[in-house]
Design a protein around this ligand. Structure first.
Ligand code: PLP
Length: 396
């Protein structure tokens, strides 16, 4: 279904759940000639850059930087702490836990996967059963995806830490915060997370291409026991480099570093707690609009309970495979690109709203207005007053 008058000209809005909208300041910071990688500014900026990255993850421990996407960061983290034949536990609330678990299998780990389906958070009782049965502590790590971007489920990492502590289970708690860092509250040290994996293209507002692995002393002790770690993934030289190139095991991601520097400046100028509060407030407006539309019977939020929803991505489902048509309408007719229904059996019916990173109130209202316009064009039944309800939330 097309509009008689296409309205896609003008500034486009990419509202997918990563890569996210890049601030103009980040783009401008990257628009420069190649810097010297042997001397000068780039080298001098590294200590403050790693310090400010750690402030976002709320850790005083270490961060290793990789020229990699999130998959690379997954493999980097695993390669430092998982020896072939060791067991990992992977409680899955979507496709990304399964992806990380497959990567663990790829480096020779044995994976215990507990699948909670495509819309539910972890059931800690079921995780507890598996950990209790592991009397010899063969499970060396739990792969905990904080926010699964495919489903928009947000899992309770502190509760998992408490469970491990209550059971005196020594497994490393490894968190994937690729979709949550710089969006949802995350406190690596206070929550007792041993390894945190993230990437730069979502809450960190930088073009895809850098992955980060934060790790504490417990994880480093496991690293020290490893029979071997591939030289490229080894985090040790990266956190204590004698020479600049060791930060990256080769040429630095020069322009990404300038972009990241600016993104971190934006985050810390706003304040990380304010960044979380902004994401939460915007998410509440989005949920309110979606819940209002849902009253019409055609639209459903994938995660029923607000307490388990990400504040950076919202997965939605429409009857009769209308998700793809809705996305096509917003993209071609309005210049608004929404996320696909990743990993869902009825993926054609599903779509996702990305609201991570450089997002403000008027962008959220525009995105919701685009969805409402598409629903109107496609004659999708919906509850009325969704935009008004979202505006009231934002105003409050
Ligand atoms: C939660 C989560 N983990 C891992 C990944 C994989 O990251 P990448 O696509 O950068 O390899 C993604 C990507 O969207 C993600 O959302």
């Amino acid at each position: 279904m097309t509009n008689p008058i296409a309205l896609a000209q003008g500034r486009e809005y990419l509202a997918i759940p990563g890569p996210s909208v890049m601030p103009d300041a980040v783009l401008q910071a990257m628009h420069r000639p190649s810097p010297n990688i042997y001397d000068g500014e780039l080298i001098e900026m590294m200590p403050a850059l790693t310090r400010d990255l750690k402030r976002v993850a709320r850790t005083d421990h270490n961060v290793a930087i990789y020229i990699a996407n999130g998959h690379g960061a997954w493999e980097a983290a695993l390669s430092n702490v998982m020896a072939p034949g060791e067991r990992v536990l992977a409680p899955a609330s979507g496709i990304f836990t399964r992806g990380w678990a497959e990567m663990a299998e790829g480096i020779g780990a044995k994976v215990d996967l507990i699948d909670f389906g495509m819309s539910a958070p972890w059931d800690l009782n079921r995780i507890s059963e598996t950990l209790r049965a592991d009397k010899d502590h063969e499970i060396k790590a739990v792969l905990a995806v904080h926010v699964d971007t495919s489903t928009s489920v947000r899992n309770n990492i502190p509760a998992l830490r408490t469970l491990l502590d209550d059971l005196n289970h020594p497994a490393l708690l490894m968190a994937d915060c690729i979709a949550s860092l710089g969006c949802d509250q995350f406190e690596m040290d206070a929550w007792g997370v041993d390894v945190t994996v993230t990437a730069c293209q979502k809450g960190l507002m930088t073009p895809a291409g850098m992955g980060f692995v934060f790790f504490n002393d417990k994880a480093q002790a496991k690293r020290a026991e490893m029979p071997r770690v591939s030289q490229y993934w080894d985090w040790q030289p990266r956190v204590k480099p004698q020479l600049f190139y060791q930060y990256f095991n080769g040429t630095a991601p020069t322009h990404h570093l300038y972009g990241l520097r600016t993104a971190l400046d934006l985050i810390h100028a706003e304040g990380i707690e304010q960044v979380w509060a902004r994401h939460e407030h915007l998410a509440k407006a989005i949920w309110t609009a979606c819940e209002t539309w849902a009253e019409g019977g055609a639209l459903e939020l994938n995660v029923a309970d607000r307490a388990h929803r990400s504040r950076a991505v919202t997965a939605l489902r429409l009857k009769d495979g209308q998700g793809t048509r809705l996305r096509q309408f917003t993209e071609t007719q309005l210049g608004l690109t929404l996320g696909i229904g990743l990993g869902m059996a009825d993926w054609d019916g599903c779509f996702r709203l990305g609201h991570m990173g450089h997002v403000n109130g008027q962008m959220v209202m525009a995105m919701l207005g685009g969805v409402e316009t598409a629903m109107s064009a496609l004659n999708i039944p919906r509850g009325s007053g969704a935009l008004e309800a979202a505006a009231v939330v934002l105003a409050g």
